[in-house]
Design a protein around this ligand. Structure first.
Ligand code: NDP
Length: 400
């Protein structure tokens, strides 16, 4: 019998839904590169239900309890008195989502002698101190590709939202106005602009594919260059480094994982090399940007706008400057947690757990750390190290 400690975000303020806006969701069998969507032996939920919040339990309770395991689900994740810290010493498996991350710092890992598997129900395992996981022989996995397309759709949406200045115009309607000049005085067409992605992995390349029909100039930088035929098909220009990319772009979208190489990549110096009035869309991780440098650039006009859904830490303290800086289109971390995405990452979580408890190999593409080293997708996209520093500040969100 194993203890599985699962950290999920809170239910809706009005309670767990009893009905939904739509009756079904499309069934996605495989992704653009041919990788199949998750293939668990069975699922105990209806796709389209809210699974990512505490009462949704990722649809795991029946499966785990039928096998004699104990499932603990909580949203109380920060601070020494949290349910998470109390239950951690007995946990063999920790399941967490990037939206509401249970930070697994080296200190917490030291208090978790039974921990063998850290499972990200989603993509991005930077909330785990990967170096500490390597040192303690903990396997780290994530459900690669499960919500990459969800995020790419959000990226396209917020690029248009910023460039066309949608949110202030909508606000005029809510306020009972008809102020066309106010609405359009910061509104541009995306057509003809230069748009670049930092990283052209699953999300970055999906953004490029989706933006191609908008008749923009496309650019990317990445650790590994795309095949020539892909570059030609997309008509995308490769840049050997991020500085060369940002110098020419009107819009920059960040789609790299957070690891020591990318932490605070967008600081005052890099932002100063961007065109005045450029836009940044960051749905990758908040810490890839320097918090105060972004706020300063939005205030000064060096950036015409900033949007995304990722912050550091999460939840962001109520006084986080990105909540109130001008010309921003921030949301809480929700882009990869649409009901459509939840069905996939819940099924992927189940697939990984079935493999884990049956002693079968976990798909290579789901592995980040295994056998004391970076493995699978982790070996390709991450560098070993720790990006959790400062995460204890997340406790300030709930503090009175
Ligand atoms: P992928 O692994 O497919 O892509 C990541 C890409 O980043 C790879 O091409 C990788 O390069 C590249 N990369 C890594 N380090 C660098 C670097 N230093 N400079 C430039 N490129 C780099 O992942 P996804 O596209 O699916 O997801 C990317 C990230 O987006 C996740 O790690 C996560 O942090 C975030 N995300 C956010 C979500 C949300 O809800 N907001 C949901 C899902 C993901 P290569 O592999 O060629 O070495």
């Amino acid at each position: 019998m194993a203890n599985i400690l699962c950290v999920l975000y809170d239910d809706p303020v009005d309670g767990y839904p009893s009905s939904y806006a739509r009756d079904d969701i499309p069934k996605i069998e495989s992704y653009y590169d041919g990788q199949t969507a998750p293939t668990p032996e069975a699922i105990d939920f209806t796709p389209g239900e809210l699974l990512g919040s505490v009462s949704g339990e990722l649809g795991l309770r029946k499966f785990l309890e039928d096998r004699g395991h104990k499932l603990i689900v909580t949203s109380d994740k920060d601070g020494p008195d949290s349910v998470f810290e109390r239950e951690l010493p007995d946990a063999e498996v920790v399941i967490s989502q990037p939206f509401w991350p249970a930070y697994l710092t080296a200190e917490r890992i030291a208090k978790a002698p039974n921990l063998k598997l850290a499972l990200t129900a989603g993509i991005g395992s930077d909330h785990v101190d990967l170096q500490a996981a390597i040192d303690h022989g903990i396997t780290v996995t994530e459900v690669t590709y499960s919500n990459s397309i969800s995020v790419s759709e959000h990226v396209v949406m917020v690029i248009l939202t910023l460039v066309r200045s949608y949110l202030p115009a909508h606000q005029w309607v809510l306020d009972g106005g008809w102020n066309i000049a106010d609405c359009v005085s910061r509104s541009y067409d995306l057509e003809g602009m230069q748009v670049g992605t930092v990283a052209a992995g699953r999300i970055g390349s999906a953004v490029l594919r989706r933006l191609k029909p908008f008749e923009v100039g496309l650019h990317y930088t990445d650790k590994h260059r795309l095949p020539t035929e892909v570059e030609e098909e997309l008509g995308v220009t490769y840049h050997p480094d991020v500085e060369s990319l940002v110098r020419v772009c009107d819009v920059v979208t960040i789609n790299a994982p957070l690891h020591p190489e990318t932490e605070h990549l967008f600081d005052d110096e890099l932002i100063s090399k961007m065109k005045r009035g450029a836009y940044i869309v960051n749905t990758a991780r908040g810490k890839i940007c320097d918090r105060d440098a972004i706020a300063r650039a939005c205030e000064s006009g060096q950036l015409a706008g900033y949007a995304g859904d990722v912050w550091f830490p999460q939840p962001a303290p109520k006084d986080h400057p990105w909540r109130t800086m001008p010309h921003q289109g921030m949301t809480p971390h929700n882009s990869g947690s649409s009901l459509s995405a939840q069905a996939r990452y819940a099924a992927g979580t189940r697939e990984i757990l079935e493999c884990w408890f049956d002693g079968r190999p976990i798909r290579e593409e789901y592995l980040i750390v295994d056998g004391g080293q970076l493995a699978g997708a982790g070996a390709h996209s991450y560098s070993a190290g720790d990006a959790t520093g400062g995460s204890e500040e997340a406790a300030r969100f709930g503090a009175r």
